[in-house]
Design a protein around this ligand. Structure first.
Ligand SMILES: [Zn+2]
Length: 343
């Protein structure tokens, strides 16, 4: 089985885009906020068929762990109430896709974060998505300010109530920022990768996993700069007299394979143990084009893993499905439930 742990709903129906546009236009007038949207179900299916479903079939992916478009979470836009309304609609859209295609998509939720608002604010929506909608994880934004980094580090007690709930529900979080409104940072080219690297460094210098031994995070985009600079991180840990990184972090921190060329995947798989890698492509999204050097889509990351001479067949099996089943504690049960419901 091949499970892509990182896919976003980037082929949204026009009604969802219109909802957000209207919401942003009337942010200062809560009474005029849109509260629902009229879905054109044919459009929903056509757009998915032309994008995610087509690529799943072409590339041989069985399931995509599917969440709302990350760059559109826009936690910095409006207040907590606006963020909650937008988040609920986005999560409902994912649920709709999982119901339409129960043998192709498993849901992961957006959280209704808002700058300066305590993370326990997200718990009711997390519980709704996990308990009622059958989702298996969440995307956690370490920087709801959109590029200005105003929240405490992910290892601060500020975040602990949310982590307690994640542990209780047995769900991991993918650390995933949203769009950057800081002109210094291009959203997918720098803000995303900066955040991945920053989160790892925060974990390294903390006691977070002593406090939460079963808490699990996925750092996307191949871990940002982390695998490339693994020697630096080992050295910093050594200078700080910390345990080896494998003991300090690798029971809790995992990396996806959203790295868009063979040398990058080769480096990732040489440096990070196969037990800590989850297949991911982030299609359709960050990079849409075809690499003229190979003739293949940059984000067709399955090809790089298939072609790897570093990874054994057993490693590839772990990366393609077994590790996802391990990290997403509810995934196996949810696949079972969804395939039963579709039968
Ligand atoms: Zn993403």
């Amino acid at each position: 089985m091949v499970i892509d742990c990182h896919g976003h709903y980037t082929s949204e129906p026009s009604a969802l885009l219109e909802f957000r546009k209207q919401q942003i236009e009337v942010l200062d007038e809560p009474l005029r906020m849109p509260s629902s949207l009229q879905l054109n179900h044919e459009e929903v299916q056509e757009k998915l068929e032309r994008a995610q479903l087509k690529f799943q079939r072409d590339r041989g992916t069985d399931f995509t762990i599917f969440s709302p478009r990350a760059s559109a979470m826009g936690h910095h836009i409006g207040n907590a109430a606006a963020s909650l309304a937008w988040t609920r609609i986005c999560n409902d859209m994912i649920h709709n896709v999982c119901k339409l295609y129960p043998n192709s998509f498993i849901g992961v939720c957006q959280l209704p974060q808002s700058p300066g608002i305590r993370p326990e604010n997200c718990i009711p929506e997390l519980e709704r998505c996990i308990d009622e909608l059958g989702f298996v994880g969440c995307n956690l934004n370490p920087d709801p300010s959109g590029g200005y980094w105003k929240e405490p580090p992910l290892t601060d007690r500020w975040w602990y109530p949310l982590y307690e709930k994640m542990v209780e529900l047995d769900v991991p979080a993918m650390i995933h920022v949203s769009g950057s409104c800081n002109p210094n940072f291009h959203t997918t080219g720098s803000h995303y990768l900066n955040a991945d690297t920053t989160a790892f460094m925060q974990f390294l210098t903390s006691n977070l996993f002593k406090d939460f031994p079963t808490l699990k995070f996925i750092i996307p985009h191949g871990g940002g700069a982390v695998p490339y600079h693994w020697g630096r991180y080992r050295g910093i840990a050594q200078d700080m007299r910390l345990p080896l990184l494998k003991d300090l972090l690798l029971n809790n921190v995992y990396f996806d394979t959203c790295v868009y060329h063979q040398p990058g995947i080769d480096l990732l798989s040489k440096v990070i143990p196969a037990n800590n890698l989850l297949f991911g492509s982030e299609m359709v999204g960050a990079v849409k084009g075809i690499d003229p050097e190979t003739g293949n889509y940059y984000d067709d990351t399955k090809r790089y893993i298939d072609s790897s001479t570093i990874l054994s067949a057993e490693d590839k099996d772990k990366i393609f499905s077994k590790n996802a089943i391990k990290v997403f504690g509810r995934l196996a049960g949810q696949i079972e439930r969804q395939s039963h419901n579709s039968a």
